[in-house]
Write a protein that binds this ligand. Structure first.
Ligand code: URA
Length: 217
């Protein structure tokens, strides 16, 4: 990694870096906005796993880059792959309602996925694909510095927490990822398939809200 790339990387990690261009000259900050753009560019160009062959485009993330809440789903589906934005299909509409249920709008949170590229036929992400995207997601989290991470669905939760525990054991518990509190909610696609479970999703959201409110005190 070149010195300049390394500095942009550190800036994307949220680490304030000062570049001494010349020992005698005052230090100069690496622009955060540039570091974020660089990260977006790297994701867009990524060819680290075979999903790059079948994607229409990589799906970086969307929302408020200074959000307190960061929602992390599984992977883009067909609509997301075509539009280049996470959670824009039917599941996305329900996710928007879930966000409204905690008193927020979609543009007040940040939404990303574990995988940036769509797995063919929406199959589950494979370990090598998750690994290939790991650094991108960590850099997004470090840049946004959310106060609360919400893992959307079992697959996101299991990958983020590196566990095989079922969703029933992961929900309703305050976890932690890289020092950030993390709560797990049901995936909206699951709720569309099993509308009878919506009450549980409501409980998940209330739990996430209570974790967030406890941080503010
Ligand atoms: N499901 C996800 O987990 N993420 C998306 O972006 C869309 C559907």
């Amino acid at each position: 990694m070149t010195a300049s790339l390394r500095l942009h990387y550190l800036a994307a990690m949220g680490i304030d870096v000062w570049v001494a261009r010349h020992p005698a000259v005052a230090a100069e900050p690496v622009p955060r906005a540039q570091a974020w753009k660089d990260l977006q560019h790297q994701v867009a160009q990524c060819r680290a796993c075979p999903l790059c062959e079948t994607r229409t485009q990589a799906v970086f993330g969307v929302g408020n880059e200074q959000a307190d809440w960061m929602l992390i789903g599984e992977a883009p589906g067909q609509d997301e792959d075509l539009q280049g934005e996470p959670f824009v299909g039917k599941a996305g509409q329900l996710l928007n309602e879930m966000i409204r249920a905690i008193g927020l709008r979609r543009d007040q949170v940040y939404i990303a996925n574990i995988l940036k590229c769509r797995p063919p036929n929406n199959r589950d992400p494979q370990a090598d694909e998750v690994q290939a995207c790991h650094d991108f997601l960590q850099r997004q989290i470090a840049f946004i510095k959310p106060r609360l991470i919400v893992a959307v669905g079992r697959i996101a939760a299991q990958n983020l927490l590196q566990t095989r525990q079922p969703l029933s054991q992961l929900r309703g518990v305050q976890h932690e990822l890289a020092g950030v509190p993390l709560a797990v909610v049901h995936h909206p696609a699951y709720l569309l398939r099993s509308p009878g479970e919506k009450a549980k999703a409501w409980e998940d959201l209330q739990f996430a809200l209570s974790v967030y409110q406890s941080l503010k005190q």
